[in-house]
Design a protein around this ligand. Sequence first.
Ligand code: ATP
Ligand code: MG
Length: 592
Amino acid sequence: MITRLSKLFVRTLREDPADAEVASHRWLVRAGYIRRAAPGIYSWLPLGLKVLAKVERIVREEMDAIGAQEVRFPALLPREPYEATNRWTEYGPNLFRLQDRKGGDYLLGPTHEEMFTLLVKDLYSSYKDLPLSLYQIQTKYRDESRPRAGILRGREFVMKDSYSFDIDEAGLDASYRAHRNAYITIMNRLGLEFVIVKATSGAMGGSASEEFLAIAESGEDTFVRSPGGYAANVEAVRRPLAEAQDAAGVPAAHVEDTPDSPTIESLVALSNARFPRADRPWQASDTLKNVLFMLRNPDGSRTPLAIGLPGDREVDMKRLEAAVHPAEVEPFAEADFEAHPGLVKGYIGPAALGVGEVEGDEPPIGTVRYLTDPAVVAGTRWITGANQAGHHVYDLVCERDFHSDGVLDVAEIRAGDPAPDGSGPLSLARGIEMGHIFQLGRKFADALGLKVLNEHGKLVTVTMGSYGVGVSRAVAAVAEATSDERGLCWPRELAPFDVQVLATGKDAAVLDYAEKLAMELSAAGLEVLLDDRKASPGVKFTDAEVLGMPTTVVVGRGLAEGLVEVRDRASGERTEWQADGAAEQLVALLCP
Ligand code: ATP
Ligand code: MG
């Protein structure tokens, strides 16, 4: 069977979609693979659906290969299991919640740990039933705050999620390793350049977790690597505490008039001019900057948070968001300052912060929890705000003159920073999160009561892993990695068609030959798209490049001399072939 472009449901567009920030989004829409239905919600057209199915096939084959069994849960789920694990609340505004006609609460599944746990609990009761791995390829729903880049971050998307069930840690380790290896194979088959990095576990909880990132400039995740093999998402980097200092020689803290010094730069300049240091000039890292945020908790309540960090570093918002999850980060607004009159904007110092020793659950009203960077340790000496407009305090020593409520490591990581494990200086790059594997442990099994009898007849809680791959995201990530300024450019394993046969001109002999060639290729098992439209050669060439099949055969004027042209989309290479025997030659080339 061949597909005729004259009949295919596709329209290529000459214009970029207005909201296209990245190449994959632009070309998937322009080439007629996907179409936006609502923000972060896309329809799949015939060409797109074929690529999606090919990604699914790769993922399915590799899951089956490690003995995982496919099931499919509903996307529409009851509230109760998610209530039992507290995720009904914890997921906050990211969860699509809805009600049925009787007023019963439901949700559209963002991930399915609860359902898998309950299913296994329903049916299994003995260690003899384990180990078990189940998976599904299914549509997920998350009301993302920043849907972006087309299907790269959708509010509806397709995920492969699997779950492993084991009797003990050794079993979990083995299941985790099997998945890790399967994911490596999947990434390789997708043709993606990728890294495996340490990750935070987000809404899943649990312990060990790693992410598979496709290396891409346009990715939303930043990761670090060291020459010695350390690799982590910046969200998961934990810098060690600095070494405590001996502050015996540091003079008593003193407040100074520091007019016109609202920025760190101006403060450092003024300090060097007016209060020079004997041993060396002041620098930005001698200042302690205190930054305020509001945390919105999943139950809707808001908690202020102050972060103290050296003035030469900014707070990395993604690191902060990951660290305070499931709370969300909001700016500290004008109204919040009004509610905390002790905080003088631009001159906030530790004296106005901190909740101190708390009796009972709640810190006193008006206090602000104060967490400091790992560089802020006992004996370190700082210039910082004096809680008075135009004033700073000098020689303020940590633990001598002020205390924080704890450590929070959310400062930006910079190229050249030491790796936390001592394996050398870090370099930074960006990536797209393609997959995430977790050792969940017993969190979900505990919450939902998944126990089985062990070999001694004792009830024990099952230990679980959870593993996700972004199937629809993979379509975009591959497009991102392979497209160029002329359009999509699929690797053979994912292309909707192996070959596009393109007939130019009105010559009946040309059309006949193209038709015959397409038939022969198809009969040999290749997927063939025949451009039989009554369009100009220019339009056909441009469309072929936009649509991105790996090989195009151009049948045109040359046929009179017995020649056709074969174009390789990726390399741009064009070669003349004898029309006679071209089909056999192509089949030999493309069907190894
Ligand atoms: P992200 O950090 O990108 O929001 P996540 O950590 O929330 O992702 P997981 O819960 O680990 O995602 O989901 C497993 C996989 O599902 C991810 O690795 C990613 O490939 C995919 N995925 C997650 N969210 C989306 C989305 N909004 N659109 C498309 N794919 C997604
Ligand atoms: Mg993740």
